[in-house]
Design a protein around this ligand. Structure first.
Ligand SMILES: Cc1ncc(COP(=O)(O)O)c(C=O)c1O
Length: 297
């Protein structure tokens, strides 16, 4: 039994399908030794992947950025995911894929190119945010962004993110909102949006943030709803004046942030409650998921 894991799901490891409890890798795997790998998290609704092409494109970008040469093609990843979904229980799942630089003698320099990457994929039950959470929203805390300068790579080396998330939990909040040099970057494991005067604002996507798959999706949704979007540097001092704060990620979808550092978010009268732009975006997000659920196979 692994703490927090229900049952014994079937996982994929280097070409084999086996129960999670039997999946083993070498202690010399560079993912274990150096955090030398990349990963993806893909949500699945009614056994159908959501935005898989975008996740796979980001996977390829991350692999290329750290020079992991992997012979897997798009159709190979597709085949693994399709089988993983079928082999595991539950209509709604989230898929986790990790590729590391493989197993070799411990040495910072890359191993011989003949060393094969380690490829691991698993599925977990996905419980999209409850109705209650969507209505009450979440609390966050501000934290300095103390991570490295390649946050655009979806690296498994997540110590900065882990410590930031734990800092939020320790203060009774769900997520940390990170600031670097006085500007908003993102959450410990999410992208952050602010709404001011009917405009949706997001930080510029550069090396300081991960381009969430919901980053592009939010822009598409906003455009379809005629909500103007401004992508720009957002000063930390602007946060207390925001009308709304939103958080997006594969597993949190889109959620309203109703308190930051224990202060209610939003204008007087509506402070501490999910705002109107959130409600509209939320409904549009739900429509996309509903469409996926009911699409013909
Ligand atoms: C640091 C960070 N930023 C942003 C995101 C949101 O990305 P996505 O929408 O692809 O889940 C995540 C997701 O885990 C993340 O870890």
């Amino acid at each position: 039994m692994i703490q927090g894991v229900q049952g014994n799901p079937t996982v994929y490891l280097n070409g084999d399908w086996l129960p999670l409890s039997e999946a083993k890798i070498s202690v010399l795997d560079r993912g274990f030794i150096f955090g030398d790998g990349i990963y993806e998290v893909v949500p699945v609704y009614s056994k159908r992947t959501f935005r898989l092409e975008s996740h796979l494109a980001r996977l390829q970008r991350s692999l290329a950025a750290i020079q992991i040469h992997c012979s897997m093609q798009l159709q190979d990843w597709n085949a693994i995911f399709t089988e993983l979904i079928q082999r595991n229980k539950g209509d709604d799942q989230f898929l986790y894929l990790q590729v590391t630089r493989g197993v070799a003698k411990r040495d910072h320099a890359f191993p011989d190119p003949a060393v094969a990457p380690t490829i691991f994929a698993m599925s977990s039950p996905f419980h999209p945010p409850s109705q209650e959470l969507r209505e009450t929203g979440i609390s966050v805390v501000s934290q300095p962004d103390e991570r490295w300068l390649h946050c655009d790579i979806k690296s498994t080396a997540l110590l900065g993110n882990v410590l930031a998330r734990q800092a939020a939990i320790d203060r009774g909040a769900a997520e940390s909102v990170l600031f670097r040099d006085g500007f908003l970057t993102e959450g410990a494991a999410s992208n952050i949006w602010i709404v001011k005067d009917g405009i949706l604002h997001a930080p510029i996507k550069n090396h300081l943030i991960l381009e969430g798959i919901r980053y592009g999706l939010m822009q598409e949704i906003a455009e379809s709803l005629h909500i103007p979007v401004q992508i720009r540097r957002i000063r930390q001092q602007e946060i207390p004046q925001a009308d709304e704060l939103l958080l997006t990620s594969a597993t949190k979808e889109v959620l309203p942030i109703v308190r930051i550092d224990q202060r209610p978010v939003g204008p007087e009268g509506h402070a501490g409650k999910p705002g109107p732009i959130y409600q509209k975006i939320r409904q549009a997000y739900d429509r996309l998921i509903q469409k996926l659920r009911s699409a013909d196979q």
